[in-house]
Ligand binder design. Structure first.
Ligand SMILES: Cc1cc2nc3c(=O)[nH]c(=O)nc-3n(C[C@H](O)[C@H](O)[C@H](O)COP(=O)(O)OP(=O)(O)OC[C@H]3O[C@@H](n4cnc5c(N)ncnc54)[C@H](O)[C@@H]3O)c2cc1C
Length: 261
């Protein structure tokens, strides 16, 4: 067998690239990481600005369930630097005041009411209609809810597999875990005048890219121009739109059943 080390080229020095580099190096590979930016770390990178302050690419919460990440931190001897936090977030407001957001101290899965509603929908044989609204994992939902997202997706899929419609009404704001959770599933109905719809908010994106965004950024209208939004409704017409969706759904189901018969 050749004693020459096999070489691997990794494109991108974000968390995934660096973790892969460490694992491959441990296994005896010759690894080279190509990173296009001046700093490594990708979306979790941080750097010092001209005044010597540490700047982050957006707040990151690492949850207790991130076993693989903590194993990696232990291996590279950085686990001592983890600061375990209470589920409480304190914001400093303009003018020096403070605002503290404390999440409900409820055990999982009570923070996942949509998942529970899914079970009820299947049992009753009725559509699941959920209004998505929330301001990002670090604000309204609390960090722990992000870990529960897979459970939510499994629950929504079980409603769809039961042949029942899932309708997600997307209102303002719909960010973070809510955006990649319930608001990314089923038949999506966007509130006509909503804004702040996306994973990261406007401020975080502007800080990360270093570029200003447009005034209509992340509004229903803007998302519609990008081809992301198919159905919108004014709040006062919402119930009629939902009725239309359910009628369409029933007609489709009947056509499918007729084809199968
Ligand atoms: C604002 C924000 C907040 C977040 N908060 C959380 C959180 O609280 N908890 C959580 O678990 N996750 C969070 N995430 C997600 C998390 O940061 C990412 O999932 C993770 O960092 C992705 O790592 P990655 O290595 O896959 O990708 P990236 O970090 O995107 O790394 C990809 C790297 O590849 C480089 N690259 C791209 N193209 C090329 C090329 N052609 N040649 C060379 N290099 C290239 C890029 O410069 C980058 O460094 C957040 C993300 C953002 C943006």
């Amino acid at each position: 067998m050749s004693s020459e080390k096999k070489s691997v080229l990794i494109l991108g020095g974000g968390l995934a690239g660096l973790a892969a580099a460490k694992r491959l190096t441990d296994k005896g590979f010759q690894v080279k990481v190509l990173e296009k930016r001046e700093i490594f770390g990708g979306k979790v990178s941080s750097w010092k600005d001209e005044e010597g302050d540490w700047i982050e690419s957006g707040t990151h919460c690492f949850f207790g369930a991130y076993k693989v990440l903590y194993d990696l931190m232990k291996e590279i001897k950085t686990d001592h630097a983890v600061l375990w936090k209470e589920h409480k977030l304190t914001y400093t407001l303009a003018g020096g005041g403070h605002f503290t957001f404390k999440t409900w101290d409820l055990p999982s899965p009570l923070h996942l009411l949509p998942a529970i509603a899914s079970k009820a929908a299947i049992k009753q044989g009725v559509p699941l209609i959920v209004q998505a609204t929330g301001g990002g994992a670090r604000m309204h939902e609390g960090c722990s809810s992000m870990v529960g997202l897979p459970k939510l997706h499994v629950a929504i899929s079980s409603v769809e597999r039961a042949g029942l419609p899932v309708i997600s009404i997307i209102t303002d704001p719909t960010l973070g875990g809510v955006a990649i959770g319930i608001a990314s599933r089923g038949i999506k109905l966007f509130e006509h005048n909503a804004g702040n719809i996306g994973f990261s908010g406007k401020r975080v994106i502007e800080q990360y890219t270093g570029k200003p965004t447009t005034r209509d950024f992340q509004t229903t209208w803007w998302l519609q121009q990008k081809g992301f939004v198919e159905r919108t409704s004014l709040p006062q017409n919402m119930k009629f739109k939902i009725t239309d969706i359910l009628k369409e759904y029933r007609i489709e189901q009947e056509q499918l059943e007729a084809q199968e018969a």
